[in-house]
Design a protein around this ligand. Sequence first.
Ligand code: HEM
Length: 227
Amino acid sequence: MNGANNRSWERGLAIGAAVLAISLLYAFIRYNILRDVPYSDIPLYIFNKGLALGSTIVIGFAFLLGPLAALRPERFLLHLPLRKSLGLIGFGGAAVHGFISLILLSPAYYAKFYTESGGINTIGQFSLLFGVLALAVFTIVAISSLPSMYERLGEARWKKIQRFGYTGYTLVLLHVVVMGARGWINPDSYSYGFISITLLSALFIVLVFAARSIAYAYRGGRDNGTS
Ligand code: HEM
């Protein structure tokens, strides 16, 4: 059992590292190469963008495994234990992203969040609120994943709290839609096919919810333990 647990952590970390590397490369190409963000902004500003995207994708992978196991059990059922490691790794990344964002929070980096007089505008306030609430929800879900919590809560309550994660993911969608939607109608934001990270994350989250709805319809609305 412990061996299987360790393997799911090893595989989760390998997947997390690969997703983070690709996300960082995407952020580097889109902002440093195709735009004029200076290389000196790589350590925090660009890293934070890649980390935000990578965390959103890794958390999404954890949510996707249930629907995939419902649709193709012979292929995905044995990967279900990865849900916990991927979910917690994504949560860790999202927490670091939140922390770095608060360090950077200033008109110099996020002009779109500020009024002329230096206050945080409505877009900034809503977007930050949704980010903080998403992190709060993921924290509750992560605490409920601790080994003793399943016995303490009982199966029904434990599952309910785990499903609360979808509310957290909806809040992440609102976080990126509120901050990014205005930019999505600007043709400049599509140069060389490198769409903005807010749009990319929003599309990925919508894909995860679509997969969940398809799997739900496929099971005829029944819970077979994979959702
Ligand atoms: C304390 C909580 C959070 C705060 C304060 C926060 C803050 C921010 C800020 C300031 C940005 C703008 C970054 C930029 O344009 O460079 C941002 C973007 C983003 N955030 Fe968060 N966030 C939080 C939680 C989360 C969570 C939980 C997730 C997802 C798991 C998330 C995913 C994203 C994504 C995908 C972007 C778009 C990145 C980009 O376009 O560059 N955030 N967040």
